[in-house]
Design a protein around this ligand. Structure first.
Ligand code: NAD
Length: 482
């Protein structure tokens, strides 16, 4: 996960200046690449037809060719991470450049591939049953602005490993880098494997094109990665859906925790890409007996503490009322912005390399209940660990996404694990350790909580098919005399 920052900065500067010289323009993403091939389409019907044709070709190829396609996606994602990550940063204007680059590299390196497809076999007296994992066909993928191309990279690797092709409806604010990445993937796949449009993309995505994808009769399965509205839309679409929905991951710190480790982990997770990760630490409940010591540990680890008037000033700008019921929501102008930008709104000046702001609030503060996606994290006093766990449960909102505890007491860990009932439960690490980044396990940026698939893999995007041989091919046992 760690790339030398000075090196990145110099490479990034070179890439930006080269592309600007070549294009003679300020924008480094081509605004109107050719459509109708290389995965780029103006409408849903054309995109689905092209992906369907690619699927039919892929079906006739050996699994080795899926592996070749995945290797191409990995190669581009890794070797062009600086250029593509810079494009993503310039287009979306949220998060941190270093992490935009790192995410592409990480997804390219670590998303599981065809090796994940394991055939199961049952043999016994009555013969042999073989269970294989078959593709669905063309999958419709909806991707978020928080990780536009990284999500496409991860989805493409998993879905193609399962033998599928896909049509992507990207977030409109990340559509250009999505198109550029998809064009590069497809051109290389066409040149090296001879199939175009394995990953097709709607170049001007809207809510209507997403709906058309949901309803399209040639889309066999949908996979959405995003917030509450798209999760609801997918669940109501009438089509089989893999839904990677929103989170609001709480952290509990009890009296047995290593507070310095907890502080370092909270900063690492919550500050990553300015808190855009759906798994990122969003609010912290600390037992009263160590609350002050935990705040001190946060300061020692480099986070900057805001006082009550400063938190109020930040909140008045960064949290807005939306909808008929006037509920609290994160203000778009502040999502994914640097800590120094948030500090300015709070009336404080912090060094530009400050990664995270934090401060004490009560549980009713909007920064506790809202999935803020900003590098300011509220800390709330809890009477004891049971109170902290109850608050964590309440403010996770039943998303069953991610929760974290810092503790050395296994009973407290067990209790919280049972109560939270989340897809990812992390003990004594930063959130990303749950995706195999500093912990065990494997990676995906589509974590399907509501529909239960968990961290998606190639197997998520396959149908089980069974072949049964009756009374034969079992060399052990059997009811016939041979
Ligand atoms: P978003 O919900 O605004 O958009 C996500 C995608 O859904 C976009 O492509 C958008 O155009 C589309 N969309 C939104 N409303 C829709 C509707 N009613 N019908 C059809 N399509 C619709 O989210 P975002 O700001 O791009 O991303 C951040 C959100 O995504 C956060 O809530 C975060 O927790 C979540 N997320 C979840 C995971 C996961 O693995 N569970 C991963 C990344 C992000």
């Amino acid at each position: 996960m760690h790339i030398n920052e000075t090196l990145i900065r110099s490479v990034v500067e070179q890439v930006i200046s080269q592309v600007r010289i070549q294009s003679g323009a300020q924008a480094i993403v081509s605004s109107n690449p050719a459509r109708g091939h290389s995965g780029l389409f103006d409408n849903v019907d054309d995109a689905v037809a092209a992906a369907r044709s690619a699927f039919e070709q892929l079906q006739k190829r050996p699994i080795e060719d899926r592996k070749k396609i995945i290797d191409i996606i990995r190669r581009i994602s890794i070797s062009q991470c600086v250029e593509l990550g810079t494009m993503e940063m310039e287009e979306t204007k949220i998060g941190r450049l270093k992490h935009k680059i790192e995410k592409l590299k990480t997804l390219g390196e670590k998303t599981p591939g065809v090796e994940f497809l394991k055939t199961e076999c049952y043999s016994g007296d009555r013969g042999l049953a073989v269970i294989e994992h078959a593709p669905f066909g063309v999958i419709g993928a909806i991707t978020p602005v928080t990780h536009s191309l990284p999500t496409i990279t991860g989805n493409a690797v998993s879905m193609i490993a399962g033998g599928n092709t896909l049509v992507v409806n990207p977030h409109p604010s990340g559509r250009k880098v999505a198109a550029e990445g998809v064009r590069r993937f497809n051109e290389a796949i066409r040149a090296e494997v001879g199939i175009d449009n394995c990953i097709s993309l709607i170049c001007e995505p809207t809510l209507e094109t997403a709906q058309q994808l949901f309803k399209h009769r040639k889309i066999a399965l949908i996979c959405v990665t995003g917030g509450p509205a798209v999760a609801r839309a997918a669940l109501n679409s009438g089509k089989r859906a893999v839904v990677a929905g929103p989170g609001n991951p709480p952290v509990v710190v009890d009296e047995t925790a290593d507070l310095d480790l907890a502080a370092r982990c909270i900063i690492q997770g919550a500050a990553y890409d300015n808190n855009l990760l759906c798994i990122a630490e969003k609010e912290v409940f600390v037992v009263n007996s160590v609350f002050d010591a935990m705040m001190e540990a946060m300061r020692r680890a480099g986070a900057v503490q805001l006082n009550a008037p400063q938190i109020a000033a930040l909140t008045s700008k960064a949290i807005v009322k939306v909808g008929d019921d006037k509920h609290d929501a994160a203000c778009k102008d502040y999502i994914g912005k640097d800590a120094s930008f948030l500090a300015q709104a709070a009336g404080v000046s912090v060094p530009s390399d400050c990664e995270l702001l934090f401060g004490e609030t009560d549980e009713h503060h909007p920064f506790v209940s809202v999935e803020q996606m900003m590098p300011f994290v509220p800390f709330v006093r809890a009477r004891d660990v049971d109170h902290a766990i109850a608050l964590a449960k309440k403010y996770e909102h039943g998303f069953r996404h991610t929760a974290i505890i810092h503790s050395r007491d296994v009973r407290n860990m067990t209790k919280m694990g049972r109560v939270m009932d989340v897809t990812l439960f992390v003990k004594n690490g930063p959130c990303m350790a749950s995706l195999g980044l500093g912990g065990e396990g494997y990676l995906s940026f589509s974590i399907a909580g509501p529909t239960g698939e968990g961290v998606t893999t190639p197997v998520t995007f396959t149908r089980e098919r069974r072949c049964s041989m009756i009374d034969d091919l079992n060399v052990v046992g059997g009811i016939t005399n041979l």
